[in-house]
Design a protein around this ligand. Structure first.
Ligand SMILES: NC(=O)c1ccc[n+]([C@@H]2O[C@H](COP(=O)([O-])OP(=O)(O)OC[C@H]3O[C@@H](n4cnc5c(N)ncnc54)[C@H](O)[C@@H]3O)[C@@H](O)[C@H]2O)c1
Length: 378
């Protein structure tokens, strides 16, 4: 594959274009907005400058890569591409329209991919005349740095297309995992309790945000506590993913969003990018002090961890991905310190079941039911 087209030159599109360029592809980068295209071009060339400064790229390479980057607002420029990756706004109708339009522009064997985080690939494929060539290729942000790519075949996707895409993305020096076309795919589904259980513990007044963050970094070994991470991701984005997974899973109580996060979004307290989220990022603002009581920290960490184990076991039980792919996705996509399934085994599956049953007995809520995947793992 030599010519790739990326539609949408925003946060994700520009990163994906950079990855394809650095793997030797010619890239047609399309965006409806010319300012976005200019910014994407500068972002990519600035990234090349910093790679040169670090000795990871020489000047000839960066010149050659940039010569292969063609920025345009004309979608017709995709005509020669063998793969088109769509990274436009997260709206099903707009994406469907784009895929219909693309079919009349590209060649018969061009693969059409979506980078959607939450929409059904099957539904996008279903709108096209040749759904066998439609697939999900889900990069993580920032696409040029994050190693993981989830590949999501629609139920109509041809196996040859799946294999071609897996080979190609691996040749781009990425780690691929195969995910079933279900809401949130692997990472955005299994990671939900990291945020929602932390918020729940906070809402119940069991601990404050700094203490919960400390529990997950100090006891569980995560790089960022859940509240720091949500502030970093942005509450608009994080809340939208939670709400989308919840509604797409027919209002599964485990994924229910929280009023606490919704109010932050309504207030415009979007996290680091707006200067305030759970924490206040204003200059001189005081960082709240965590309670360092060991048994409190352990209780918090254990509760969030067991909910993650339960979620990973549930994903395995329902065939969302293989065991290896689930472990790889969570350690490389969101940098979890260990694979969740192996971690659950380390704890002892009986202990995990007992902890889930304890939570379920106390709260009497389906949110805390033990997954058959965990029970079956004994
Ligand atoms: N941002 C993330 O962390 C992230 C991670 C993984 C996947 N995604 C997914 O990637 C996609 C893009 O997200 P993003 O954050 O890069 O969005 P973004 O808003 O930064 O960029 C989207 C770009 O698409 C352009 N656009 C919209 N409609 C268009 C059309 N019809 N033709 C051409 N250009 C069009 C817009 O001008 C905009 O520049 C979404 O589906 C999102 O769910 C986002």
């Amino acid at each position: 594959m030599t010519q790739i087209a990326v539609i949408g030159a925003g946060t994700m599109g520009a990163g994906i274009a950079q990855v394809a360029l650095m793997s030797g592809c010619e890239v047609i980068l399309v965006d409806a907005n010319k300012d976005v295209l200019d910014k994407a071009h500068s972002r990519i060339s600035n990234n090349f400058v910093s790679l040169r400064e670090k000795g990871k790229m020489d000047i000839e390479q960066s010149v050659m890569f940039l010569e292969k980057l063609h920025c345009t607002d004309k979608i017709e420029a995709c005509g020669q591409a063998s793969l088109v990756i769509e990274a436009i706004v997260e709206n099903l109708e707009i994406k469907k329209n784009l895929f219909n339009q693309l079919e009349s522009i590209v060649s018969a064997d061009c693969i059409l991919a979506s980078n959607t985080s939450s929409l059904s690939i099957t539904s996008i494929a279903g709108t096209t005349k040749n759904p066998g060539r439609v697939i999900g290729i889900h990069f993580f942000n920032p696409a040029n740095l994050m190693k993981l790519v989830e590949v999501i075949p629609a139920i109509q996707t041809d196996l040859t297309v799946v294999n071609k895409v897996m080979d190609l993305i691996r040749s781009w020096n990425k780690i691929t995992v195969l995910a079933k076309d279900t809401p949130g795919f692997i990472v955005n589904r299994i990671a939900r309790p990291y945020y929602s259980e932390a918020i729940r513990i906070f809402e119940e007044g069991i601990a404050d945000i700094a203490t919960i963050d400390l529990a997950m970094t100090k006891i569980a070994g995560f790089k960022m506590g859940p509240f720091t991470l949500m502030d970093f991701i942005g509450h608009d984005v994080n809340y939208a993913v939670t709400e989308s997974v919840w509604t797409a899973c027919y209002y599964e109580p485990r994924y229910r969003p929280s009023f606490t996060q919704k109010r932050l979004v309504e207030a415009g307290f979007l996290g680091k990018k707006s200067g305030r989220g759970f924490y206040n990022y204003a200059e001189g603002a005081e960082h709240p002090k965590a309670d360092e009581d060991e048994s409190l920290l352990e209780n918090i960490a254990n509760r969030i961890l067991v909910m993650l184990f339960n979620e990973a076991a549930d994903a395995l039980h329902f065939g969302i991905a293989t065991r290896d792919d689930i472990e790889t996705a969570m350690t490389t996509g969101v940098n979890y310190p260990k694979g969740l399934l192996a971690w659950a085994e380390e704890w002892g599956i009986d202990n995990c079941i007992a902890k889930m049953e304890e939570l379920h007995a106390y709260y009497q809520e389906p949110r805390y039911r033990c997954s058959p995947g965990l029970r079956g793992a004994v």
